[in-house]
Write a protein that binds this ligand. Sequence first.
Ligand code: PLP
Length: 343
Amino acid sequence: MIRDCIKKLKPYSCARDEFKGEAKVFLDANENSYGSVANGNFNRYPDPLQIKVKKEISKQKNVFVEQIFLGNGSDEAIDLIIRIFCDPEKDKIIINPPTYGMYEVCANINNVEVLKIPLIENFQPDVKKIIKIGDNPKVKVIFLCSPNNPTANLINKGLVFEILNNFKGIVVIDEAYIDFAKTESFVNELKNYPNLIILQTFSKAYGMAALRLGIAFSTKEIISYFNKIKMPYNVNDFSQQKAYEALINIDQKNKNINQILINREDLIRKLAKCQTVKKIYPTDSNFLLIEVENANKAYHYLCSKGVIVRNRHNLTLCDNCLRITVGTKDENEILITELANFN
Ligand SMILES: *Cc1c(COP(=O)(O)O)cnc(C)c1O
């Protein structure tokens, strides 16, 4: 499955790859031994493999350190997946619209063809079609998103297994919102499927989108290719420190998730009473997809009141839909007040 040029690639070897361990004097990387001009200790290059953070993730997720990749957001992982497996102008990927936009953008940047197989009833993947179209050996990767953005729902486990058992390429499951869903991650299935990659992120449940930190889990072999082609210092030291802090503060993460889930149910109840709201789709995420009478009008009205939601009207299957992130109680209250005014 690996592209020839990636298999043959001789990766860049950085100073901290060549020397690991304790030393008295570091004069190998042209750093500034007088320290940082800004506050903080940022004069040394960061750990290229982020071992301290990965050890903690490894404990919590019950996978080996070598099965973990950390990137500058999940977006980096998505881009690397395409560049590891897909030869430009030759290979293809499958996506299931409406879904997260970055799969298609990364494929387009790499000149890799995108085969679109839209979701069918209840926003579930069209497995028969996927297996049929995916039978072509040029189809290297399928991106599944569960819970899916923007539809907010989980993919049925049985359908994911059907794809895993029948599609011979790489199956990526993007679990950016998994912590808001009442189900287990597919990370536990890595030992059963050598073609599986799971994506998670610090951007949502951990509330650390500004740090840009995404995670990919897979086999040791696939992760070794991520490490081979990534930029040497792709995750900065500040992000590594804060990620570790976040990982060991599980209580705060769970508190925030619980509060968001409470607010979500409250928001659903209140939205259901708004005249303009025609439909609220079931959610397993920290956001809602709702159908309104006129999404463009509602969107612009809300904008004019300083309340920004995502207009998804132009996406497949999303006519007159808005995507609304669940906020604090106060933020949700303002949204509801303005939507009621709009009615
Ligand atoms: C928000 C989101 C991500 C997170 O991307 P980062 O680059 O890690 O911030 C990934 N996938 C989906 C589907 C998302 O909605």
